[in-house]
Design a protein around this ligand. Structure first.
Ligand SMILES: [Zn+2]
Length: 436
């Protein structure tokens, strides 16, 4: 998109925002209302006005002319947010990715009860144009937030995909790059810091300078780390979040370090270990939500006998490694670290939208209680993006209605009855339409 059309799209945003306010009022009646922040469940009605929660009236308010939806004791909670994805499409082991594009993926996310996602690297100009286009109302689905670029060393991780990205070799270059990127309004700045990788990495001083520059511009930072020492360095450098879970047993000092600096963890357990389940646990891809959201090519790739044979010899070793990952994430949460949901969609073992629910199961397996998991997936993740998700008055009315309680079993997050976004009931079936 040319700069002028980006400006035009951005300007038309004002008009869209004004008209959205006139949406019909909505009254959800007879619901179990789950509040992940207060850890309370109430039974009652939820009034939604102008895209926000507007109270819990005992009955239909006097003069109410909006839409009433009887929830028949179903369970309503704040919708989900994925804080780590790449929204170009889904990966296909052994083949080219399904590059269906951000608008289709935005629909898949929304179908899965996820109303916002954070893209942590794609084509910078393309993502800017997408974001402007979506905000101008040209396509819908879940809301796109983006780091736009990935700041890394020359020939470092992120440069291998054939997508232009920002590289830097010194603190001065990091500052200049962040300052320039800030003009494009990234929702976060993403850095790759991986000292022991096969690929080059920026050094500590460069990371420190880049994070400091982002802070000066009031932008949060997410640092991709590979080892526990990378994580220590990123935390000390002032990263808002670290993403991924390093291999090996977590050193004992890590949780207190993150807590002391207020750094949050986006562990992305899914990208580390879900491919093994896709290959060897057929139930995972046979879940209804997976069947609806995964393409035929994705499904076939994980049933490919050659691929399965390739991973079979190392199955036990990989499984053991996965258990270590779960232990580490559990210990982070146990140590008081804020753990938030991210999937690293766009890679192996992730189906965008569905993997949000799989990450919740993995966080549960790691030892987070169901309240912690729901907060990590909804209110906590939204808060990271500066969004007020919740069921209290004034919160954004981005909600998911479930047929069964996710507090009884986290698997029930997949039993989606209804999705509400910006105060309106979403027509979910239209979201699965294939692009022309
Ligand atoms: Zn990623």
């Amino acid at each position: 998109m040319k700069l002028q059309s980006i400006i035009a799209a951005t300007l038309s945003l004002t008009g869209i925002a004004a008209s959205a306010v006139s949406a019909e009022d909505l009254l959800l009646t007879g619901a179990h209302i789950i509040d992940p922040e207060s850890r309370e469940v109430a039974v009652g009605n939820l009034l939604i006005r102008d895209g926000k929660i507007a109270g819990r009236p005992d009955g239909r308010p006097a003069g109410f002319a909006g839409r009433v939806v009887a929830l028949d004791a179903k369970w309503v909670m704040p919708a989900f947010v994925d804080l780590h994805t790449h929204s170009f499409g889904d990966a296909v082991p052994g083949g080219r990715p399904d590059g269906v594009g951000t608008p289709v993926i935005a629909n898949h996310y929304l179908y899965a009860g996820t109303t916002a996602f954070l893209d942590l690297f794609g084509h910078e100009q393309g993502l800017m144009a997408m974001r402007a286009s979506q905000r101008a109302g040209e396509f819908g689905g879940a809301d796109l937030y983006a780091s736009l670029s990935c700041l890394t060393a020359p020939e470092g991780h992120c440069t291998e995909y054939g997508v232009p990205t920002r590289t830097m070799s010194s603190p001065e270059e990091a500052r200049a790059s962040v300052a320039d990127l800030a003009g494009n309004k990234p929702d976060v700045v993403k850095f790759v810091y991986a000292q022991n990788d096969d690929m080059p990495s920026i050094d500590k001083a460069t990371l420190v300078a880049g994070i400091d520059e982002a802070r000066k511009h009031g932008i949060k930072t997410v640092v991709h780390v590979q080892t526990w020492q990378d994580m220590r360095d990123a935390v000390a450098a002032g990263a808002t979040a670290v993403t991924h879970t390093p291999k090996g047993e977590m050193p004992a000092d890590i949780p207190a370090l993150l807590v002391a600096h207020g750094t949050v963890s986006i562990p992305t357990i899914t990208v580390h270990n879900e491919y093994l389940n896709y290959f060897f646990d057929s139930a995972v891809l046979e879940a209804p939500l997976a069947q609806e959201l995964a393409s035929d090519r994705v499904k076939a790739a994980y049933r490919d006998e050659g691929m399965i044979a390739r991973y079979k010899p190392s199955y036990d070793e990989r499984k053991a490694r996965n258990m270590t990952t779960l232990r580490s994430v559990g210990a982070l949460a146990e140590g008081g670290v804020t753990v938030l949901l991210g999937t690293d969609g766009g890679n192996w073992g992730t189906v965008q939208g569905y993997s949000v629910h799989r990450e919740m199961i993995k966080l549960s397996e790691a030892g987070l209680d169901n309240w912690q998991v729901l907060a990590a997936a909804s209110t906590g993740a939204a808060d990271f993006l500066g969004l007020d998700y919740g069921v209290e008055d004034g919160a954004l009315a981005n909600l998911v209605v479930l047929d069964a309680s996710p507090l009884d079993s986290i698997v029930n997050t997949q039993a989606i009855a209804l999705v509400v976004k910006d105060g309106e009931v979403v027509d979910r079936e239209t979201l699965l339409a294939q692009p022309e």
